[in-house]
Design a protein around this ligand. Structure first.
Ligand code: NAD
Length: 261
């Protein structure tokens, strides 16, 4: 637990499911004030708000599309109006779909780049604006992926978006370090969330993924949430411009395990 997170105002995009939901609930356990952005009418934030309140935190939710400049401005304004600050911004919302690159439509390319990269830029920019105006030494956490460094055939738009998030975050980290605003990435490996539900329902595909993970299992959303609270806390006060890989060793060349190569 990180006692300095108590009462901090934390925005999480794509907070109704998967990794985002786990992050919201973990900040609740830290007794933070959580603003949950959700995207689809089908996503309910009622249970998440209840869980956060039961843990001693506070929470509110707002529907919005991270691709929309207007929606992101409303999200930051909602946090400020409801809880009086913006201390931590977690740009987590993301999408992917599998298509051979030569068949990828321009619409799909735009949808993924706009959600995963432009959305994270808008979230970072609006949070940083608020932090600068109110002299807040805040923390921005962007959800990248191991695919910020691992090329991924059939997911060229996704890999391009996460590669973009890598240098976007590092650039923002450098630019706003003099103001005490820290900007970091989390790069999950394979995590058990709705984004992977179809793939992991197929035992052969699931085994194919596990074979790429030296620790030998698919990660849990809570293991990513643990990285987010640490990065947001004062325990990480000297950490900026980092990509924290939480991937069970996936980026450490598992093909070379057991002395192969
Ligand atoms: P998920 O599908 O459960 O979560 C994605 C969330 O983003 C959903 O809540 C969805 O509603 C939201 N979203 C999508 N488009 C949006 C939009 N335009 N505006 C607002 N919200 C929108 O999957 P997840 O695994 O929890 O993914 C969360 C993040 O983690 C994503 O950025 C993803 O790329 C990243 N990630 C996931 C994995 C993994 O294995 N699960 C690995 C690496 C990175």
């Amino acid at each position: 637990m990180y006692s300095d997170l108590e009462g901090k105002v934390v925005i999480v995009t794509g907070g109704a499911t998967g990794i985002g939901r786990a992050i919201c609930e973990r900040f609740g356990k830290e007794k933070a004030k959580v603003v949950i952005n959700y995207h689809s009418e089908r996503e309910s934030t009622k249970d998440i708000i209840s869980a956060i309140e039961a843990a001693g935190g506070q929470a509110t939710s707002l529907k919005g599309d991270v691709r929309s400049e207007d929606d992101i401005k409303k999200l930051v304004a909602h946090a400020a109006e409801t809880f009086g600050s913006v201390d931590v911004m977690v740009n987590n919302a993301g999408v992917e779909n599998e298509v051979p690159s030569h068949e990828l439509s321009l619409d799909d390319w735009h949808r993924v780049i706009e959600t995963n990269l432009t959305g994270q830029f808008l979230g970072s920019r609006e949070a940083i604006r608020y932090m600068l105006e109110h002299n807040i030494k805040g923390s921005i956490i962007n959800m990248s992926s191991v695919h910020e460094i691992i090329p991924w055939p059939h997911f060229v738009h996704y890999a391009a978006s996460k590669g973009g998030v890598k240098l976007m975050s590092q650039t923002l980290a450098l630019e706003y370090a003099p103001k005490g605003i820290r900007v970091n990435n989390i790069a999950p490996g394979a995590i058990d969330t709705p984004i992977n539900a179809e793939k992991f329902a197929d035992p052969e595909k699931k085994k194919g993924v596990i074979d790429l993970i030296p620790l030998g299992y698919i990660g849990k959303p809570e293991e990513i949430a643990a990285c987010a609270v640490w990065l947001a806390s004062s325990e990480a006060s000297y950490v900026t411009g980092l990509t924290l890989f939480a991937d069970g060793g996936m980026t450490k060349y598992p093909g070379f395990q057991a002395g192969r190569g």
